[in-house]
Design a binder for this molecule. Structure first.
Ligand SMILES: Cc1cc2nc3c(=O)[nH]c(=O)nc-3n(C[C@H](O)[C@H](O)[C@H](O)COP(=O)(O)O)c2cc1C
Length: 384
């Protein structure tokens, strides 16, 4: 059966042809997903073993902005790959730092699993504002503790996903579940608040819809997102990052030129209209919202909230709960300013307090792991 989605995009024409092609094209994303299956497989160096888990961290647009230099026998330095930032949607690099914080938290969990504690010095040469520069994000030393001070969340590291599909409307998310999420945050990770009642859900959905439309109708951010979209197996395996659209239908629409980066960037195209609807459906089916806030907005606050972010997502995965961030309302470009203020008013936050993450929760489909660059491509040598 050809889905209504294909029908809409093609306007009916060529449907039979695309439907047939969809069944012939089998997506093979094995290469792009390999890092998920090889994590911890044994590099003979605890730093590399732990790093092979850390590269599975979430990051904005899946850009994986980490670069790692190994120092001596027991150290490493984490840098931001300055080419892997999002100047339009993340002009102050706040979201990029959150992704790097999630990376460090998974590194810590994996090292603990192997009997190592991390001595981490964040921004050892100072915090860069308004944007990141070449200075390191963190220097880290692995210290053998002799005991395995394991973090229970490690068990959910490989199960963690960013939800991409609508949630089951018959399954509410209970207060008990949301409180259980909150319980995995440590004081330094930030504050988690949530809402699952109709009135608050409606208000938050409305803010997210407005923010999404603003993002898609502002040329810079729209173009940036379209340019980081990977359509079909060939593009995804060649560039295992960005927002990947895979599966037989996407594959066929890509092959027939219906779904392209240029079409997504064209407000008059059907691909653009479908992109709007696809995300709106996710907003509309939120069964609960949660938000993570910090009292200040220093680089260290952002980095620590990245740890909180990934811990919440791991805890959700462990409970079979799905979670998707909706970051648009939190972004710092001028067209979003009013909405950014509105969401802070909603949460009763006044600067310097900052909402670092806004998420929808619910019960959704099982998702496949998102593409990753292999660890080897993220290592730099000492004189780099
Ligand atoms: C700071 C930050 C902001 C993000 N914002 C969004 C968002 O607005 N919408 C969304 O669908 N995913 C968002 N994501 C999720 C990433 O797209 C996701 O982590 C990446 O594609 C890799 O997929 P994975 O989390 O399933 O491994 C965000 C992730 C981070 C770390």
């Amino acid at each position: 059966m050809v889905s209504r989605r294909v029908m809409l995009i093609t306007g009916g024409a060529g449907v039979a042809l695309i439907g047939a092609a969809a069944f012939r094209l089998h997506s093979n994303l094995g290469p792009a997903r390999k890092p998920w299956f090889e994590a911890g497989e044994g590099y003979d160096d605890p730093r590399l073993d732990a790093l092979s888990y850390a590269v599975l961290a979430p990051s904005p647009h899946n850009l994986q902005p980490w670069l790692i230099r190994l120092d001596g026998d027991d150290g490493l330095t984490l840098f931001c790959d300055l080419e892997r930032r999002l100047p339009e949607t993340d002009p102050l690099d706040r979201q990029t730092v959150i992704g790097l914080g999630a990376f460090l938290e998974l590194l810590r969990q994996a090292a603990a699993e192997m009997g190592y504690a991390l001595e981490t010095d964040a921004f050892p040469e100072g915090e860069a504002f308004p944007v990141l520069d070449k200075r390191p994000i963190a220097s880290v030393r692995f210290v053998k503790t002799g005991e395995r001070d394991k973090d229970p969340l490690f068990a959910a590291l490989l199960k963690r996903r960013t939800a991409r599909s609508p949630f089951d409307q018959s399954r509410p998310v209970s207060a008990e579940t949301l409180n259980a999420l909150d319980s995995v945050l440590r004081a330094e990770d930030g504050e988690f608040e949530w809402a699952n009642d109709d009135a608050n859900l409606e208000m938050l959905k409305e803010i997210c819809r407005k923010a999404w439309r603003t993002e898609m109708t502002t040329p810079g951010p729209r173009h940036e997102s379209a340019s980081y979209t990977r359509i079909g197996e060939k593009q995804i395996n060649a560039h295992p990052d960005g927002i990947s659209l895979s599966g037989p239908v996407m594959e066929a629409m890509g092959a027939f030129g219906v779904l392209t980066q240029d079409a997504m960037d064209d407000p008059d195209s059907t691909a653009f209209a479908e992109t709007i609807k696809f995300y709106e459906k996710n907003i509309d089916t939120a069964m609960a919202f949660g938000w993570l806030t910090t009292e200040n907005n220093s680089r260290k606050d952002q980095l620590r909230s990245g740890a909180g972010w990934v811990r919440l997502q791991q805890a959700a995965a462990g409970m079979g709960l799905s979670m998707q961030p909706f970051s648009q309302a939190l972004e710092e470009y001028p067209e979003m300013a009013e909405i950014l203020e509105e969401i802070h008013d909603f949460a009763g936050l006044r600067a310097p307090a900052r909402m670092q993450g806004l998420f929808r929760f619910g019960y959704g489909k099982d998702e496949p792991p998102a593409p990753r660059w292999p660890l080897e491509t993220r290592l730099v040598n000492a004189d780099a």
